[in-house]
Design a protein around this ligand. Sequence first.
Ligand SMILES: *[C@@H]1O[C@H](CO)[C@@H](O)[C@H](O)[C@H]1NC(C)=O
Ligand SMILES: *[C@@H]1O[C@H](CO)[C@@H](O)[C@H](O)[C@H]1NC(C)=O
Ligand SMILES: *[C@@H]1O[C@H](CO)[C@@H](O)[C@H](O)[C@H]1NC(C)=O
Ligand SMILES: *[C@@H]1O[C@H](CO)[C@@H](O)[C@H](O)[C@H]1NC(C)=O
Ligand SMILES: *[C@@H]1O[C@H](CO)[C@@H](O)[C@H](O)[C@H]1NC(C)=O
Length: 384
Amino acid sequence: MWYKVSIFLTFAVNSWCAQENLVQNPGFESPLSGHWKAVGFSIARSSDAYNGSYALKCTGRFDLSPGINAGDIDVKTHPDYSQAMACVDTLKEKGMIVRAHNLFWGFAKNLPPYVVHMSRDQLNVTVQNHLNYMINITKGKASHWDVINELVHGQWFEEQFHDPDYSQDIFRQVKLLDPKPLLMLNDFNVVARPEIADAYLQQAQTFLAQGVPLDGLGLQGHFHDTVPDPQQILLYLDLMAQAGLPLDVTELDVWQQDPDVRADYYEMVLRVLFSHPAMHGIVLWGFWDQHVVDKRSSLVDGHDLTINAAGKRVFNLIKETWSTHVNMSLSASSTNFDLRGFNGDYEVTVLKNGAKIKVVPFSLFGKETTVNISVDSNIGTLLR
Ligand SMILES: *[C@@H]1O[C@H](CO)[C@@H](O)[C@H](O)[C@H]1NC(C)=O
Ligand SMILES: *[C@@H]1O[C@H](CO)[C@@H](O)[C@H](O)[C@H]1NC(C)=O
Ligand SMILES: *[C@@H]1O[C@H](CO)[C@@H](O)[C@H](O)[C@H]1NC(C)=O
Ligand SMILES: *[C@@H]1O[C@H](CO)[C@@H](O)[C@H](O)[C@H]1NC(C)=O
Ligand SMILES: *[C@@H]1O[C@H](CO)[C@@H](O)[C@H](O)[C@H]1NC(C)=O
Protein backbone atom coordinates (compact mmCIF):
# COMPACT_ATOMS: atom_id res chain seq x y z
CA MET A 1 0.00 0.00 0.00
CA TRP A 2 1.53 3.36 -0.82
CA TYR A 3 1.11 6.09 1.61
CA LYS A 4 1.89 9.58 0.52
CA VAL A 5 0.46 12.87 1.58
CA SER A 6 -2.28 13.73 -0.87
CA ILE A 7 -3.54 17.26 -1.09
CA PHE A 8 -7.16 17.56 -1.85
CA LEU A 9 -8.00 20.37 -4.22
CA THR A 10 -11.65 21.20 -4.21
CA PHE A 11 -13.06 22.58 -7.42
CA ALA A 12 -16.57 22.44 -6.03
CA VAL A 13 -18.92 25.29 -6.71
CA ASN A 14 -19.09 26.25 -3.03
CA SER A 15 -15.47 27.34 -3.03
CA TRP A 16 -16.14 29.78 -5.86
CA CYS A 17 -18.62 31.60 -3.70
CA ALA A 18 -16.25 32.01 -0.80
CA GLN A 19 -14.03 34.28 -2.84
CA GLU A 20 -14.70 37.84 -3.86
CA ASN A 21 -15.21 39.30 -7.30
CA LEU A 22 -15.50 36.00 -9.09
CA VAL A 23 -18.31 37.54 -11.08
CA GLN A 24 -17.41 40.59 -13.09
CA ASN A 25 -19.52 43.68 -12.60
CA PRO A 26 -21.49 42.09 -9.74
CA GLY A 27 -23.36 45.24 -8.74
CA PHE A 28 -24.16 46.29 -12.34
CA GLU A 29 -22.45 49.58 -11.61
CA SER A 30 -20.65 49.37 -14.99
CA PRO A 31 -22.42 49.01 -18.33
CA LEU A 32 -23.51 45.45 -19.06
CA SER A 33 -21.07 43.65 -21.32
CA GLY A 34 -20.86 40.06 -22.49
CA HIS A 35 -20.47 38.86 -18.90
CA TRP A 36 -24.18 38.87 -18.18
CA LYS A 37 -26.62 37.00 -20.34
CA ALA A 38 -30.25 36.16 -19.59
CA VAL A 39 -31.89 32.90 -20.48
CA GLY A 40 -35.68 32.95 -20.65
CA PHE A 41 -36.11 36.68 -20.00
CA SER A 42 -34.64 40.06 -20.92
CA ILE A 43 -32.23 42.16 -18.91
CA ALA A 44 -31.31 45.84 -18.90
CA ARG A 45 -29.34 48.11 -16.62
CA SER A 46 -31.64 50.35 -14.61
CA SER A 47 -31.11 53.33 -12.32
CA ASP A 48 -33.91 52.02 -10.08
CA ALA A 49 -31.22 50.87 -7.66
CA TYR A 50 -31.46 48.95 -4.40
CA ASN A 51 -28.16 50.49 -3.44
CA GLY A 52 -25.36 52.03 -5.48
CA SER A 53 -26.52 53.76 -8.65
CA TYR A 54 -27.64 50.89 -10.85
CA ALA A 55 -29.48 47.58 -10.76
CA LEU A 56 -30.34 44.80 -13.17
CA LYS A 57 -33.93 44.90 -14.40
CA CYS A 58 -35.37 41.60 -15.57
CA THR A 59 -38.46 41.61 -17.80
CA GLY A 60 -40.47 39.25 -19.97
CA ARG A 61 -39.88 36.10 -18.02
CA PHE A 62 -41.26 32.96 -19.59
CA ASP A 63 -41.12 29.31 -18.71
CA LEU A 64 -38.24 27.41 -20.22
CA SER A 65 -39.68 24.01 -19.60
CA PRO A 66 -42.95 22.74 -18.18
CA GLY A 67 -43.09 22.88 -14.43
CA ILE A 68 -40.19 25.29 -14.01
CA ASN A 69 -41.34 28.80 -13.35
CA ALA A 70 -38.11 30.70 -13.59
CA GLY A 71 -35.46 32.02 -15.85
CA ASP A 72 -31.88 31.91 -14.77
CA ILE A 73 -28.84 34.04 -15.22
CA ASP A 74 -25.99 32.55 -17.18
CA VAL A 75 -22.68 33.63 -15.69
CA LYS A 76 -20.33 33.57 -18.65
CA THR A 77 -17.06 34.00 -16.79
CA HIS A 78 -15.20 31.12 -15.20
CA PRO A 79 -13.88 31.79 -11.72
CA ASP A 80 -10.25 32.81 -11.69
CA TYR A 81 -8.30 29.70 -10.80
CA SER A 82 -4.86 31.25 -11.29
CA GLN A 83 -4.19 31.42 -7.53
CA ALA A 84 -5.40 27.86 -7.02
CA MET A 85 -3.20 26.64 -9.84
CA ALA A 86 -0.18 28.57 -8.50
CA CYS A 87 -0.79 26.74 -5.22
CA VAL A 88 -0.94 23.41 -7.07
CA ASP A 89 2.39 24.19 -8.76
CA THR A 90 3.98 24.97 -5.39
CA LEU A 91 2.70 21.73 -3.87
CA LYS A 92 3.98 19.73 -6.82
CA GLU A 93 7.40 21.40 -6.55
CA LYS A 94 7.44 20.09 -2.98
CA GLY A 95 6.84 16.59 -4.31
CA MET A 96 3.21 16.35 -3.24
CA ILE A 97 0.48 14.56 -5.12
CA VAL A 98 -2.50 16.67 -6.12
CA ARG A 99 -5.80 14.89 -6.65
CA ALA A 100 -8.56 16.80 -8.44
CA HIS A 101 -12.14 16.70 -7.17
CA ASN A 102 -14.55 17.05 -8.98
CA LEU A 103 -15.35 17.94 -12.58
CA PHE A 104 -19.12 17.30 -12.60
CA TRP A 105 -21.79 16.16 -10.22
CA GLY A 106 -24.47 13.56 -10.82
CA PHE A 107 -27.33 15.56 -9.42
CA ALA A 108 -28.70 19.06 -9.91
CA LYS A 109 -28.60 20.09 -6.25
CA ASN A 110 -24.81 20.41 -6.41
CA LEU A 111 -24.55 21.98 -9.85
CA PRO A 112 -24.40 25.77 -10.28
CA PRO A 113 -27.98 27.02 -10.29
CA TYR A 114 -27.60 28.81 -13.61
CA VAL A 115 -27.14 25.54 -15.52
CA VAL A 116 -30.18 23.81 -14.12
CA HIS A 117 -32.79 25.40 -16.36
CA MET A 118 -30.75 25.65 -19.54
CA SER A 119 -31.90 24.28 -22.84
CA ARG A 120 -30.18 21.06 -23.85
CA ASP A 121 -28.03 22.78 -26.45
CA GLN A 122 -26.91 25.47 -24.02
CA LEU A 123 -26.28 22.88 -21.34
CA ASN A 124 -24.16 20.76 -23.63
CA VAL A 125 -22.10 23.77 -24.70
CA THR A 126 -21.67 24.77 -21.04
CA VAL A 127 -20.55 21.25 -20.16
CA GLN A 128 -18.08 21.19 -23.03
CA ASN A 129 -16.70 24.62 -22.09
CA HIS A 130 -16.29 23.68 -18.44
CA LEU A 131 -14.59 20.42 -19.33
CA ASN A 132 -12.21 22.06 -21.81
CA TYR A 133 -11.42 24.90 -19.43
CA MET A 134 -10.74 22.77 -16.36
CA ILE A 135 -8.73 20.09 -18.13
CA ASN A 136 -6.70 22.76 -19.92
CA ILE A 137 -5.66 24.51 -16.71
CA THR A 138 -4.98 21.28 -14.82
CA LYS A 139 -3.38 19.38 -17.71
CA GLY A 140 -0.54 17.13 -16.57
CA LYS A 141 -0.85 18.29 -12.97
CA ALA A 142 -3.50 16.09 -11.36
CA SER A 143 -2.82 12.53 -10.27
CA HIS A 144 -6.54 11.72 -10.35
CA TRP A 145 -9.75 13.36 -11.50
CA ASP A 146 -13.07 12.58 -9.90
CA VAL A 147 -14.83 13.03 -13.23
CA ILE A 148 -18.46 12.70 -12.14
CA ASN A 149 -19.23 12.75 -8.45
CA GLU A 150 -21.92 10.53 -6.97
CA LEU A 151 -23.22 9.17 -10.24
CA VAL A 152 -24.88 6.25 -8.49
CA HIS A 153 -27.05 8.74 -6.60
CA GLY A 154 -28.02 10.88 -9.57
CA GLN A 155 -27.85 10.74 -13.37
CA TRP A 156 -29.07 14.27 -14.01
CA PHE A 157 -27.14 14.79 -17.25
CA GLU A 158 -28.33 11.45 -18.61
CA GLU A 159 -31.91 12.50 -17.85
CA GLN A 160 -31.53 15.95 -19.42
CA PHE A 161 -30.06 14.59 -22.64
CA HIS A 162 -32.05 11.34 -22.72
CA ASP A 163 -28.65 9.76 -23.25
CA PRO A 164 -27.62 6.92 -20.91
CA ASP A 165 -23.99 7.29 -22.02
CA TYR A 166 -23.53 11.03 -21.45
CA SER A 167 -21.17 10.56 -18.49
CA GLN A 168 -19.25 7.85 -20.32
CA ASP A 169 -18.58 10.35 -23.13
CA ILE A 170 -17.29 12.88 -20.61
CA PHE A 171 -14.75 10.32 -19.36
CA ARG A 172 -13.62 9.68 -22.95
CA GLN A 173 -13.19 13.37 -23.65
CA VAL A 174 -11.20 13.99 -20.47
CA LYS A 175 -8.88 11.08 -21.29
CA LEU A 176 -8.21 12.49 -24.75
CA LEU A 177 -7.46 15.97 -23.40
CA ASP A 178 -5.22 14.80 -20.56
CA PRO A 179 -4.06 11.17 -20.51
CA LYS A 180 -2.15 11.59 -17.23
CA PRO A 181 -4.71 11.60 -14.39
CA LEU A 182 -6.44 8.42 -13.33
CA LEU A 183 -10.13 8.94 -14.09
CA MET A 184 -12.36 8.00 -11.20
CA LEU A 185 -15.95 7.65 -10.16
CA ASN A 186 -16.50 8.70 -6.56
CA ASP A 187 -19.47 7.80 -4.44
CA PHE A 188 -20.81 7.55 -0.91
CA ASN A 189 -22.38 4.76 1.12
CA VAL A 190 -20.55 2.26 -1.07
CA VAL A 191 -18.93 0.57 1.92
CA ALA A 192 -22.04 0.95 4.04
CA ARG A 193 -25.21 0.04 2.13
CA PRO A 194 -25.56 -3.18 0.14
CA GLU A 195 -27.88 -1.78 -2.54
CA ILE A 196 -25.55 1.17 -3.16
CA ALA A 197 -22.49 -1.09 -3.27
CA ASP A 198 -24.21 -3.37 -5.81
CA ALA A 199 -25.27 -0.43 -7.95
CA TYR A 200 -21.74 1.02 -7.87
CA LEU A 201 -20.14 -2.26 -8.89
CA GLN A 202 -22.64 -2.61 -11.71
CA GLN A 203 -21.98 0.94 -12.89
CA ALA A 204 -18.23 0.29 -12.94
CA GLN A 205 -18.68 -2.96 -14.82
CA THR A 206 -20.93 -1.26 -17.38
CA PHE A 207 -18.32 1.46 -17.94
CA LEU A 208 -15.59 -1.13 -18.42
CA ALA A 209 -17.71 -3.28 -20.73
CA GLN A 210 -18.22 -0.17 -22.91
CA GLY A 211 -14.51 0.55 -23.01
CA VAL A 212 -14.80 3.74 -20.97
CA PRO A 213 -11.43 4.90 -19.57
CA LEU A 214 -12.36 4.36 -15.92
CA ASP A 215 -9.13 3.90 -13.95
CA GLY A 216 -10.33 3.43 -10.40
CA LEU A 217 -13.18 3.56 -7.94
CA GLY A 218 -13.39 6.25 -5.30
CA LEU A 219 -15.03 5.17 -2.05
CA GLN A 220 -15.76 8.28 -0.01
CA GLY A 221 -15.52 6.65 3.42
CA HIS A 222 -17.56 8.84 5.75
CA PHE A 223 -17.98 7.01 9.06
CA HIS A 224 -20.33 9.29 10.95
CA ASP A 225 -21.55 8.35 14.38
CA THR A 226 -21.27 4.65 13.72
CA VAL A 227 -19.10 2.01 15.27
CA PRO A 228 -16.96 0.82 12.36
CA ASP A 229 -17.31 -2.88 11.67
CA PRO A 230 -14.05 -4.06 10.05
CA GLN A 231 -15.54 -7.36 8.94
CA GLN A 232 -18.39 -5.64 7.14
CA ILE A 233 -16.02 -3.12 5.57
CA LEU A 234 -13.83 -5.97 4.34
CA LEU A 235 -16.83 -7.63 2.65
CA TYR A 236 -17.68 -4.39 0.91
CA LEU A 237 -14.09 -3.92 -0.24
CA ASP A 238 -14.07 -7.46 -1.63
CA LEU A 239 -17.26 -6.68 -3.52
CA MET A 240 -15.89 -3.40 -4.92
CA ALA A 241 -12.64 -5.14 -5.90
CA GLN A 242 -14.64 -7.43 -8.22
CA ALA A 243 -14.56 -4.59 -10.74
CA GLY A 244 -10.85 -5.31 -11.06
CA LEU A 245 -9.97 -1.63 -10.59
CA PRO A 246 -7.80 0.06 -7.97
CA LEU A 247 -9.79 1.35 -5.02
CA ASP A 248 -9.14 4.70 -3.37
CA VAL A 249 -10.79 5.85 -0.19
CA THR A 250 -11.16 9.50 -1.08
CA GLU A 251 -12.90 11.33 1.77
CA LEU A 252 -12.15 9.47 4.95
CA ASP A 253 -13.52 10.94 8.13
CA VAL A 254 -14.63 9.30 11.35
CA TRP A 255 -16.92 11.34 13.60
CA GLN A 256 -16.61 10.61 17.28
CA GLN A 257 -16.69 13.10 20.13
CA ASP A 258 -14.21 11.41 22.46
CA PRO A 259 -10.68 11.64 20.93
CA ASP A 260 -9.65 8.31 22.50
CA VAL A 261 -12.63 6.48 21.05
CA ARG A 262 -12.06 8.37 17.79
CA ALA A 263 -8.49 7.05 17.83
CA ASP A 264 -9.74 3.47 18.16
CA TYR A 265 -12.25 3.94 15.36
CA TYR A 266 -9.71 5.52 12.99
CA GLU A 267 -7.36 2.65 13.70
CA MET A 268 -10.05 0.03 13.05
CA VAL A 269 -11.01 1.66 9.76
CA LEU A 270 -7.45 2.37 8.58
CA ARG A 271 -6.21 -1.11 9.36
CA VAL A 272 -8.93 -2.81 7.36
CA LEU A 273 -8.58 -0.36 4.45
CA PHE A 274 -4.79 -0.61 4.39
CA SER A 275 -4.94 -4.40 4.52
CA HIS A 276 -6.93 -4.78 1.32
CA PRO A 277 -4.92 -5.75 -1.77
CA ALA A 278 -7.05 -3.56 -4.07
CA MET A 279 -6.58 -0.44 -1.92
CA HIS A 280 -4.32 2.06 -3.68
CA GLY A 281 -4.76 5.20 -1.65
CA ILE A 282 -6.44 6.77 1.32
CA VAL A 283 -7.20 10.49 1.46
CA LEU A 284 -8.47 12.20 4.59
CA TRP A 285 -11.46 14.53 4.14
CA GLY A 286 -9.87 16.87 6.63
CA PHE A 287 -7.67 16.73 9.69
CA TRP A 288 -7.60 20.16 11.34
CA ASP A 289 -10.48 21.12 13.63
CA GLN A 290 -10.34 24.65 12.17
CA HIS A 291 -11.13 23.32 8.71
CA VAL A 292 -13.24 20.17 8.84
CA VAL A 293 -16.88 19.46 8.17
CA ASP A 294 -17.28 18.29 11.75
CA LYS A 295 -14.80 18.88 14.57
CA ARG A 296 -15.50 15.39 15.89
CA SER A 297 -13.29 14.06 13.08
CA SER A 298 -10.20 16.18 13.78
CA LEU A 299 -6.69 14.84 14.23
CA VAL A 300 -5.02 18.19 14.87
CA ASP A 301 -6.58 20.99 16.94
CA GLY A 302 -6.26 24.71 17.41
CA HIS A 303 -3.98 27.35 15.96
CA ASP A 304 -1.01 25.83 17.77
CA LEU A 305 -1.71 22.60 15.82
CA THR A 306 -1.90 20.23 18.77
CA ILE A 307 -2.02 16.61 17.67
CA ASN A 308 -4.84 14.92 19.58
CA ALA A 309 -5.14 11.25 20.60
CA ALA A 310 -6.71 10.29 17.28
CA GLY A 311 -3.99 12.17 15.40
CA LYS A 312 -1.24 10.42 17.36
CA ARG A 313 -2.76 7.06 16.54
CA VAL A 314 -3.08 7.81 12.82
CA PHE A 315 0.42 9.28 12.51
CA ASN A 316 1.85 6.35 14.43
CA LEU A 317 0.24 3.88 12.02
CA ILE A 318 1.55 5.71 8.98
CA LYS A 319 4.97 6.77 10.22
CA GLU A 320 5.88 3.80 12.43
CA THR A 321 3.68 0.73 12.08
CA TRP A 322 3.54 0.86 8.28
CA SER A 323 7.06 2.11 7.67
CA THR A 324 10.06 -0.13 7.10
CA HIS A 325 13.47 0.80 8.49
CA VAL A 326 16.33 -1.65 8.10
CA ASN A 327 20.09 -1.31 8.74
CA MET A 328 22.40 -3.86 7.13
CA SER A 329 26.16 -4.28 7.27
CA LEU A 330 27.86 -5.14 4.04
CA SER A 331 31.21 -6.81 3.54
CA ALA A 332 33.27 -7.83 0.55
CA SER A 333 31.64 -11.28 0.54
CA SER A 334 28.11 -10.07 1.23
CA THR A 335 26.98 -7.22 -0.94
CA ASN A 336 23.30 -7.89 -1.23
CA PHE A 337 20.29 -8.61 0.92
CA ASP A 338 16.55 -9.11 0.71
CA LEU A 339 13.94 -7.47 2.85
CA ARG A 340 10.20 -7.23 3.09
CA GLY A 341 8.75 -3.75 3.20
CA PHE A 342 5.42 -2.00 3.25
CA ASN A 343 4.38 -0.41 0.01
CA GLY A 344 5.68 3.08 -0.23
CA ASP A 345 8.56 5.36 -1.08
CA TYR A 346 12.01 4.46 0.23
CA GLU A 347 15.47 5.83 0.44
CA VAL A 348 18.63 3.70 0.60
CA THR A 349 21.55 5.42 2.28
CA VAL A 350 24.96 3.82 1.78
CA LEU A 351 27.42 4.66 4.55
CA LYS A 352 31.15 4.03 4.55
CA ASN A 353 32.94 4.57 7.85
CA GLY A 354 29.87 6.46 9.01
CA ALA A 355 29.90 8.86 6.05
CA LYS A 356 27.11 8.97 3.51
CA ILE A 357 28.43 7.95 0.12
CA LYS A 358 25.17 7.49 -1.75
CA VAL A 359 21.43 8.04 -1.36
CA VAL A 360 19.12 6.21 -3.75
CA PRO A 361 15.32 6.61 -3.71
CA PHE A 362 12.99 3.85 -4.90
CA SER A 363 9.33 2.92 -4.64
CA LEU A 364 7.81 -0.39 -3.70
CA PHE A 365 4.30 -1.06 -4.84
CA GLY A 366 2.58 -4.40 -5.06
CA LYS A 367 5.41 -6.39 -6.61
CA GLU A 368 8.97 -7.60 -6.03
CA THR A 369 11.43 -4.89 -6.79
CA THR A 370 15.16 -5.05 -7.35
CA VAL A 371 17.36 -2.07 -6.64
CA ASN A 372 20.96 -2.14 -7.87
CA ILE A 373 23.32 0.42 -6.46
CA SER A 374 26.87 0.86 -7.63
CA VAL A 375 29.24 2.91 -5.58
CA ASP A 376 32.68 4.22 -6.37
CA SER A 377 34.35 2.00 -3.83
CA ASN A 378 32.96 -1.01 -5.70
CA ILE A 379 30.59 -2.10 -2.96
CA GLY A 380 27.32 -3.07 -4.64
CA THR A 381 24.04 -3.51 -2.85
CA LEU A 382 21.18 -5.55 -4.12
CA LEU A 383 17.87 -5.13 -2.42
CA ARG A 384 14.81 -7.09 -3.29
C1 LIG B 1 -25.08 46.91 -1.96
O1 LIG B 1 -25.48 46.04 -0.90
C2 LIG B 1 -24.75 44.82 -0.87
C3 LIG B 1 -25.40 43.91 0.17
O2 LIG B 1 -25.97 44.62 1.22
C4 LIG B 1 -23.30 45.14 -0.59
O3 LIG B 1 -22.55 43.93 -0.56
C5 LIG B 1 -22.76 46.04 -1.69
O4 LIG B 1 -21.41 46.38 -1.42
C6 LIG B 1 -23.61 47.29 -1.82
N1 LIG B 1 -23.15 48.02 -3.01
C7 LIG B 1 -22.98 49.34 -3.02
C8 LIG B 1 -22.53 49.91 -4.34
O5 LIG B 1 -23.21 50.04 -2.06
C1 LIG C 1 -22.45 17.75 -26.91
O1 LIG C 1 -21.38 18.40 -27.59
C2 LIG C 1 -20.40 17.52 -28.08
C3 LIG C 1 -19.24 18.34 -28.60
O2 LIG C 1 -19.68 19.30 -29.51
C4 LIG C 1 -21.02 16.61 -29.13
O3 LIG C 1 -20.05 15.71 -29.61
C5 LIG C 1 -22.17 15.85 -28.49
O4 LIG C 1 -22.83 15.07 -29.49
C6 LIG C 1 -23.16 16.78 -27.85
N1 LIG C 1 -24.10 15.97 -27.08
C7 LIG C 1 -25.38 16.26 -27.02
C8 LIG C 1 -26.21 15.33 -26.21
O5 LIG C 1 -25.86 17.24 -27.56
C1 LIG D 1 -5.15 26.94 -21.38
O1 LIG D 1 -4.60 27.36 -20.15
C2 LIG D 1 -3.52 28.24 -20.27
C3 LIG D 1 -2.98 28.54 -18.87
O2 LIG D 1 -2.64 27.35 -18.23
C4 LIG D 1 -3.97 29.52 -20.95
O3 LIG D 1 -2.86 30.36 -21.12
C5 LIG D 1 -4.61 29.16 -22.29
O4 LIG D 1 -5.15 30.34 -22.85
C6 LIG D 1 -5.68 28.15 -22.12
N1 LIG D 1 -6.19 27.73 -23.42
C7 LIG D 1 -7.49 27.63 -23.67
C8 LIG D 1 -7.85 27.15 -25.04
O5 LIG D 1 -8.33 27.88 -22.82
C1 LIG E 1 19.77 2.46 11.82
O1 LIG E 1 20.88 3.26 12.07
C2 LIG E 1 20.58 4.63 12.30
C3 LIG E 1 21.90 5.42 12.34
O2 LIG E 1 22.95 4.64 12.78
C4 LIG E 1 19.79 4.72 13.60
O3 LIG E 1 19.47 6.07 13.87
C5 LIG E 1 18.50 3.94 13.45
O4 LIG E 1 17.79 3.92 14.65
C6 LIG E 1 18.82 2.51 13.01
N1 LIG E 1 17.54 1.87 12.67
C7 LIG E 1 17.23 0.63 12.99
C8 LIG E 1 15.90 0.12 12.55
O5 LIG E 1 18.04 -0.09 13.61
C1 LIG F 1 20.48 -5.75 -11.07
O1 LIG F 1 21.44 -6.72 -10.91
C2 LIG F 1 21.00 -8.04 -11.15
C3 LIG F 1 22.09 -9.02 -10.74
O2 LIG F 1 23.34 -8.64 -11.26
C4 LIG F 1 20.62 -8.17 -12.62
O3 LIG F 1 20.14 -9.47 -12.89
C5 LIG F 1 19.54 -7.15 -12.92
O4 LIG F 1 19.23 -7.14 -14.30
C6 LIG F 1 19.96 -5.75 -12.50
N1 LIG F 1 18.79 -4.87 -12.60
C7 LIG F 1 18.86 -3.64 -13.03
C8 LIG F 1 17.57 -2.88 -13.03
O5 LIG F 1 19.90 -3.13 -13.38
